[in-house]
Design a protein around this ligand. Structure first.
Ligand code: NOJ
Length: 703
């Protein structure tokens, strides 16, 4: 089958059937088979409950999807539906939240996890996921930072492509693959004040160089679909932005898949104030390049009349339908509209899936502080350990914000999981209540405090004004530390929290995010040193809430942050620096960086940059070496650092190895004031570094 098949199908379709393809049907409990039989739906979102009227957390089943698909095959042209669902960081095997995944700095792990999710979801009839979410986020008040890869375009681009490969494979018509959807195009993370859905303003160079690259990477990786964002970007609602949805996405990047709106974002352009009614909204969105209308019904209700009134061209409708049919065809739906019951019967959460989830959870945890090497716990030093805090018995609380198909009954409660992996020799105590915890702390050798945010404090529409720990936890920590015992603080969260006052009080801090189905065991393995933590921060950690938005790749300003002058960027009530910079993360050994070398003083085509890294501690360990550059003089101001590469290197105690990065001309290019993209001659700084604020620095020139 080919484009000719799509064209021939289109030529047989009535106007109503073409518009039908543009409609994504959302029906909870009032599903009407006639909508599908009449060819008025191209897709069904969340087929779970569509026939039974049950709740949103019910999973799709192959049986329900097949049942609904049968109605589509009873339609005149028998065009199959595509079933879409939010499979964000796992389907049944829940992996760490995407922000935690980013902390692992490991695209292969992200790809493998997405492949597991695709296999599980497809066996329940889901052929299309609304993931990956690849919005750059610089403000952790925004709850949806949990769903993305953080603040850096280079890392987010690597992970975007990896997720697309994992979900789709090389051919998403394979029964165990699903179509990916890069979302929310674009700029959604720039919502002012961290308020989800609020407007954002992004300059053209920043849009091009920071917010768009992950989308371009997803398109390059072959993503089948994109979702338009809710927000108003620079005065144009993202779901009505023809320049970005059509000129850039299709014109410049050659994307030939389809764009779906976000939930009712088509009609929300009325609230944005650029359309007077549903018909106007639908015409604007369609013309902008939103092919499928998620849930609002505005397309199906108004496009035919708008066409007759001469308000939209037929071509807009046909092009939308063509793109949707194209992706359905690539997804193999015309040949295999149904989910095979054999596939449906395949087990989920297999041993190897869970092992992957555990490994991912471990590698996403970030060790932020480890005074006097208190971790890993050693029974000869600390035998009696108290476990306490609001995550003590956590199960589904370990999942994170987007897990409609996660099942907490398959999670070993955190305390039990930690016990199960604990080596012999420890005496583990538990306390559920504050006063009990204080009493037990006085009798124990060390305390592991398990605190943080429940998943519903992050994710969509869950923004905070205060990045401190949830109410009461700071007092709890203070009370426990007053007992004078070493305290290891483990934080579960969907965002960077502002821990400026907390970190100095405790001996060790391990950031566990929302680690997923194997989070408890993963935590135990890290605490007891069966595995070392290797995660690094994918977002800047502020000291206090008032510092955000805060990100490492900021501009220098005329009175820079780190200048010795009195007149410099600063606050009068807090240091200006972050508590922990982007890229930061400790492990159970230490590393020294030496002998930075550049293959040449000038970059011509490419340049090799190398450094020697030595494991200076007494355990084998893995370091994440990071390559940063700075363009010292540009026609526009340039960021103080930009990540251009990263490599893991595992070293035995005392071992030294050289890491080498290649920097290409294209890595130095940026968007200029006149809209052109290119490299400008001049001096550049380069670092090989353990994080975005330190490292070995060199210099080279271009041309
Ligand atoms: C709204 C969210 O913004 C989007 O991320 C999600 O995929 C859709 N709802 C569908 O659930």
């Amino acid at each position: 089958m080919s484009e000719a098949f799509i064209n021939s199908l289109l030529s047989q379709m009535t106007l109503e059937e073409k518009i039908g393809q543009l409609n994504q049907y959302a029906a909870w409990g009032n599903f009407d088979p006639e909508v599908v039989r009449q060819g008025q739906a191209g897709s069904v979102i969340n087929a779970a409950g569509a026939l039974t009227g049950s709740s949103q957390s019910e999973s799709c089943t192959a049986e329900t999807c097949n049942h609904i698909q049968q109605f589509a095959l009873e339609s005149r042209l028998k065009i199959p539906l595509i079933f879409g669902r939010d499979v964000i960081h796992g389907y049944r095997t829940i992996f760490p939240i995407p922000l935690a995944q980013a902390a692992a700095f490991d695209p292969q792990l992200a790809e493998d996890a997405a492949a597991v999710a695709a296999r599980e979801a497809s066996s329940d009839g889901v052929k299309w996921t609304f993931a990956p979410m690849i919005d750059i986020a610089r403000d952790p008040r925004w709850g949806r930072v949990a769903e993305g890869s953080g603040e850096d375009p280079y890392l987010a681009s690597l992970l975007a492509a990896a997720a697309v490969r994992g979900f789709q494979g090389s051919d998403y018509s394979a029964p165990d693959k699903i179509v990916a959807c890069a979302k929310h195009y674009v700029g959604y993370g720039a919502a002012e004040g961290g308020r989800d859905y609020d407007a954002g303003e992004i300059s053209e160079p920043t849009l091009r160089d920071v917010y768009l690259p992950p989308y371009q990477a997803a398109v390059k990786a072959g993503v089948g679909t994109l979702m338009a964002a809710f927000l108003d970007l620079n005065g144009v609602p993202a779901s009505a932005n023809r320049r970005l949805l059509t000129d850039v996405l299709r014109g410049e990047w050659g994307f030939d898949g389809f764009v779906v709106s976000d939930w009712e974002s088509v009609i929300e352009v009325i609230h944005h104030g650029v359309a007077e009614d549903r018909a106007h909204a639908a015409a604007l969105a369609l013309h902008a390049g939103v092919d499928m209308d998620m849930a609002s019904r505005a397309y199906i209700e108004t496009l035919a009349a708008s066409l007759q009134a001469g308000k939209i061209p037929l071509e807009d409708i046909e092009e939308g339908a063509r793109r949707i049919l194209r992706i359905k065809q690539r997804a193999g739906l015309f040949e295999r509209p149904f989910t095979d019951p054999g596939q449906a019967a395949r087990p989920m959460m297999t041993e190897s899936d869970r092992a992957l989830a555990r490994r991912f959870a471990r590698q996403s945890m970030v060790l932020l502080k480890n005074d006097v090497d208190i971790l890993p716990l050693n029974p000869n030093r600390f035998k009696r350990i108290l476990l306490t805090g609001n995550f003590l018995h956590a199960k589904g609380e370990l999942f994170g914000c987007w897990t409609p198909d996660g099942r907490s009954e398959y999670v070993t409660p955190l305390d039990r999981a930690v016990r199960e992996v604990a080596p012999k020799g420890f005496d583990l105590w538990e306390a559920d209540y504050v006063d009990q915890a204080l009493d037990h702390a006085s009798q124990c050798d060390a305390v592991v405090l398990l605190v943080g945010e429940y998943p519903n404090r992050s994710g969509e529409n869950n923004n905070v004004t205060d990045l401190g720990l949830p109410p009461g936890q700071a007092q709890f920590i203070e009370a426990i530390t007053a007992m004078g015992k070493p305290v290891i603080l483990v934080i579960f969260a969907g965002r960077p929290l502002a821990l400026g006052r907390i970190v100095p009080q405790v001996d060790a801090v391990l950031y566990a995010w929302h680690p997923g189905i194997e989070g408890g065991a993963a935590l135990g393995e890290v605490l007891f040193g069966l595995e070392a933590p290797t995660g690094h921060l994918p977002m800047t950690f502020p000291r206090v809430t008032g510092q955000v938005p805060f990100y490492y790749n900021h501009k220098n300003s005329g009175r820079p942050l780190n200048s010795p002058n009195f007149f410099r960027i600063r606050y009068v009530d807090s240091p200006s620096s972050p508590l922990f910079p982007f890229g930061y993360g400790l492990t159970y050994t230490t590393f020294a960086y030496n002998n930075l070398r550049l293959s040449s003083e000038t970059l011509q085509g490419s340049l090799q940059i190398s450094a020697e890294i030595t494991n200076t501690g007494s355990r084998t360990g893995t370091e994440l070496a990071q390559l940063y550059v700075r363009d010292l003089i540009g026609s526009l101001t340039r960021p103080v650092r930009e990540l251009k590469g990263c490599q893991h290197v595992t070293l035995n105690p005392g071992e030294t190895r050289q890491v080498t990065f290649t920097l290409n001309e294209a890595d130095l290019a940026f968007t200029r004031a006149d809209g052109t993209f290119g490299v400008e001659p001049g001096r550049f700084q380069v670092w090989i570094a353990p994080d975005s604020q330190s490292g070995l620095q060199g210099e080279f020139s271009y041309k």
